[in-house]
Design a protein. Structure first.
Length: 492
């Protein structure tokens, strides 16, 4: 059915795939999983092998690593494009068998893109994102901004002129039901903004100057209509009658930059794209050099036994790289409001790439839920109280984060001390008082405060500038106070 219909087709037992069909495609998938593992390792193994065969000595490795970092990113991007167009081709709207051969090709292409994201993620949220998405089949208007989206059908998504797609937006994802997969086109109008972690169902026609808030679901077409300049928030969504428009900056710093600003940003983001790969290669060189030295000086068995110690050294080097990145690019984060086309925004995005695209997979993710996470955040400038439990790596502006004693920041709960509105970045503090808890996948926005003993449930949104009183429990998107003590006990 169309997306406008709020009810999915009823379950039909006669339409479900047979056991034999499931067994066939499961067997094929098992083989393809092995192929994906091989393809996933191909760029790094190929570049690393070539580097170590052509260059001798640790100093020579470091000198040539910027070149190899560029080659590594280009290798990964070209491989993604080759697999996408050779295996899947151009995705077309329609209804297909699930499981089926067309679905299988789409699954393989999507999974390969997902596995390669470690190399190509820095391309997003830059001027290179638009040509990259166009090369994957997406229709993108001039001057549109695309941060990292969740896996989406690029061929079926159209982004209007000067539209903005924020990080982790789920847009146009297909529907699977009764042995079929349905694909529809999704259109985002001119100068529309889709906030972080929002969901836009396939088949949606987003009008011009539309704003969808963080952690929100886009309403159905019949609710939206074609009226421009709408703002919606929440899940289920509701329309915001009035909102503050960030129009204090000249359009040349938001929508219509000069050629000089274009050139400056292109240079800056070209460096940012290869920086995570460069840092990874530097640390990898240190690890390999350390392992090799121990092996040569002692024995292979001793080298294997020393791997944890060598990795620990690599983690320390990675932490120092993060500290240097923040010191050189930012210094100390302070509350500010800056236009998209500004040095501050470009620098903080570069620091974010170092944290999330290099350091997070290298070692920060391993610190989740341990006291070492508190120590590392303090190392980067955050104020963290004793016995704090932090099970999330989704934070950047550490100088503006204040966590009290015995707080619990649960899995994948972003401490988002920045917010984009109308192509303007606002950065502000986040304060979480003593003994507070934040549920899984909940988002805390800038300029907000949780008073001591306040609690936020799972998948909830604390709005910009909001204060959660002490001894209260809030949940939902946007978060609202819960009076029923039974709900509080159940969540706890």
């Amino acid at each position: 059915r169309k997306t406008d219909d709020p009810v999915l087709p009823p379950y039909d037992p006669k339409s479900q795939p047979s056991t034999g069909r499931l067994a066939l495609f499961t067997s094929v998938q098992a083989i393809l999983v092995l192929a994906l593992a091989l393809l996933d390792s191909t760029p790094f193994v190929t570049v690393a092998f070539y580097m170590y065969s052509m260059v001798e000595g640790f100093t020579a490795y470091v000198v040539w690593e910027p070149v190899y970092a560029i080659v590594l990113v280009c290798f990964g991007a070209i491989q993604v494009l080759l697999i996408k167009w050779a295996v899947l081709g151009r995705l077309k709207p329609g209804t297909y068998d699930y499981p089926g051969w067309y679905w299988m090709r789409k699954w393989f292409s999507d999974k390969h893109l997902e596995l390669a994201s470690g190399l190509i993620v820095p391309i997003y949220d830059s001027l290179f994102a638009r040509p990259w998405c166009i090369s994957l089949g997406m229709k993108c208007g001039p001057r549109c901004e695309i941060a990292l989206p969740r896996r989406m059908p690029y061929d079926l998504v159209t982004m209007g002129e000067e539209s903005f797609l924020a990080s982790e937006v789920s847009i146009g994802r297909p529907i699977r039901r009764n042995g079929k997969i349905t694909l529809e086109r999704t259109v985002v109008g001119r100068r529309s903004f889709l906030g972080n972690d929002s969901v836009v169902p396939q088949g949606t026609d987003v009008p011009e100057d539309f704003l969808l808030g963080v952690l929100s679901v886009c309403p159905r077409n019949q609710q939206i209509g074609d009226e421009p300049e709408q703002a919606w928030l929440g899940s289920p969504p509701f329309r915001i009658p009035h909102r503050q428009v960030m129009d204090q900056f000249d359009p040349s710093r938001t929508y219509r930059p000069s050629a000089k600003l274009y050139a400056q940003r292109l240079i800056h983001e070209a460096v940012r794209i290869v920086l995570p790969s460069l840092c990874s290669l530097i640390v990898a060189s240190i690890l390999i050099e350390g392992f090799t030295e121990i092996w040569v000086d002692t024995s292979f068995e001793m080298a294997l036994a020393c791997i944890p110690a060598v990795y620990f050294v690599g983690a320390l080097v990675s932490a120092v790289i993060c500290r240097i990145s923040k010191f050189v690019l930012i210094g100390k984060y302070r509350p500010t409001i800056q236009p998209l086309w500004s040095q501050f925004v470009w620098k903080t995005e570069t620091h974010s790439a170092v944290l999330h695209d290099f350091a997070a997979p290298m070692f920060i993710s391993d610190l989740e839920g341990t006291s070492y996470m508190s120590a590392f955040m303090k190392f980067l400038g955050a104020r963290v109280g004793r016995r704090a439990f932090i099970n999330s790596t989704d934070w950047t502006e550490t100088d503006l984060i204040h966590l009290g004693e015995d707080v619990a920041i649960n899995s994948n709960a972003p401490l988002q001390a920045h917010l984009f509105e109308d192509r303007v970045m606002k950065v502000g503090p986040i304060k979480v008082g003593a003994r507070c808890s934040v549920g899984n996948y909940s988002v805390i926005l800038c300029d907000s405060e949780l008073k001591p003993d306040a609690h936020v449930g799972h998948l909830s949104l604390v709005m910009k500038g909001e204060t959660i009183p002490s001894n209260t429990f809030w949940r939902g998107s946007p978060a609202q106070a819960v009076e029923d003590t039974r709900v509080l006990a159940l969540e706890a």
